[in-house]
Design a protein around this ligand. Sequence first.
Ligand SMILES: [Cu+2]
Length: 157
Amino acid sequence: MKKWSALFLVGATLLATPATAENSIHVTDAWIRAAPPVAQMQAGYLTIQNHGKSEQSLIGATCASFAKVEIHETVQHDGQSHMLPKASIPLPPGAKVSFTPTGLHLMLINPQTTLKPMDKVAITLKFADGTELPVTAEVRAATGEKSKGEAGGHSHH
Ligand SMILES: [Cu+2]
């Protein structure tokens, strides 16, 4: 029902209030890689799509289960993996940006609790227009993945 009324409002008038991240951004497949209790950091992944008509920009996130959340990108340089902090992720209309283990990720710093696979974690995404979007990430085991890049990058933080 909520979706229908939103669509109606958009179609009803061109003078509607500007689209905000809250009603134009769709997040799917949000998950956090499980880590041993000694880990100082964990990585979170998700896919963000901008279905709106105005540019949005992801500028950060918060999560009660971690002291701090940063946006990082893993890049290859001289045969080594490095993680670069990103101040913002531009999301033009129609954009689909995937945070994956080989590229962008949410760096979840200083776990406040030990998360187990299947746990559900609330993350709040923050956008440049001042809006916030709550998403739920599922904790998943890191089985079968090469963790070379992540581990190497993290030790250099
Ligand atoms: Cu990182």
